[in-house]
Write a protein of this length. Structure first.
Length: 239
């Protein structure tokens, strides 16, 4: 059980990173909400061979998830990112008239993230470090601790591998105009691949217990006041 689930303040760097990554991923529900519209698009395209129809079917699938979350009064953070991605993909594909272009924004997005994560590692400012800094309130303080910086380099490298693999696999399929293969690869290289990465990250985090500084602990305790915890309890349940 993580410190956050137990209602206590994390005491190590690894606990903070683990908690924030789990929050960012959105659990199993985020997995389904990301995958279903893509599956619907590919199925509709295979059956009808009509781009507009396929986009509408995918959009309706996403709309169902939005309505369900609204009815349950749950956060729209994770589904909103899916809606935005779907809208961008639909606009691009509609303008070109090419179904393969439905997947182009995702490929470019992953390529961009690969560049950002790769450059951050090359210059010694790994992206995961900024995630940690945003939580503790000291955006750059972690970099002065050599062991922590090495840990963040490794974690950033694991996430970087996700983006590189997706581009390497999907770009040739896009250039070959293989819509069905693109859909299958997007689903397979989405949350399933990220799940494998999470296991790798978990192994890295389990291997160490790097204590937080006094300043980090104070910042975290300020973020987990009783009132905040009560508000957090009304958010999205953790799967």
């Amino acid at each position: 059980m993580t410190a956050e689930r137990a209602g206590t303040t994390p005491s190590t760097v690894e606990e903070v990173v683990r908690t924030e990554l789990l929050r960012a991923l959105g659990g199993w529900r985020g997995t389904v909400e990301a995958a279903v519209p893509i599956v619907l698009f590919v199925v509709a395209w295979t059956i009808t061979d009509r781009l507009r129809t396929s986009i509408v079917v995918a959009g309706l699938g996403m709309a169902v998830f939005v309505v369900v979350r609204l009815l349950q009064r749950q956060t729209l953070v994770h589904v909103t990112s899916g809606v935005l991605g779907l809208v961008i993909a639909a606009v691009v594909a509609s303008r070109t008239g090419n179904a393969s272009d439905f997947f182009l924004p995702g490929i470019l997005y992953n390529a961009g993230l690969a560049v950002v994560f790769g450059v951050s590692m090359l210059v010694g400012w790994p992206v995961v470090g900024f995630m940690f800094g945003a939580v503790t309130g000291d955006v750059t303080g972690w970099r002065s601790r050599q062991g922590v910086r090495r840990l963040f380099q490794k974690l950033t490298a694991v996430l970087l591998a996700n983006y590189v693999i997706r581009v390497v696999v999907q770009l040739p399929l896009y250039l070959a105009d293989s819509v069905v293969a693109l859909g299958i690869s997007k689903v397979a290289l989405g949350w399933p691949l990220l799940g494998v990465s999470v296991l790798g990250i978990g192994a890295l985090l389990a291997a160490g217990r790097t204590p937080l500084t006094t300043e980090d602990l104070a910042a975290l305790q300020a973020r987990t006041r009783p009132g905040d915890a009560a508000d957090a309890g009304r958010g999205t349940p953790v799967a």
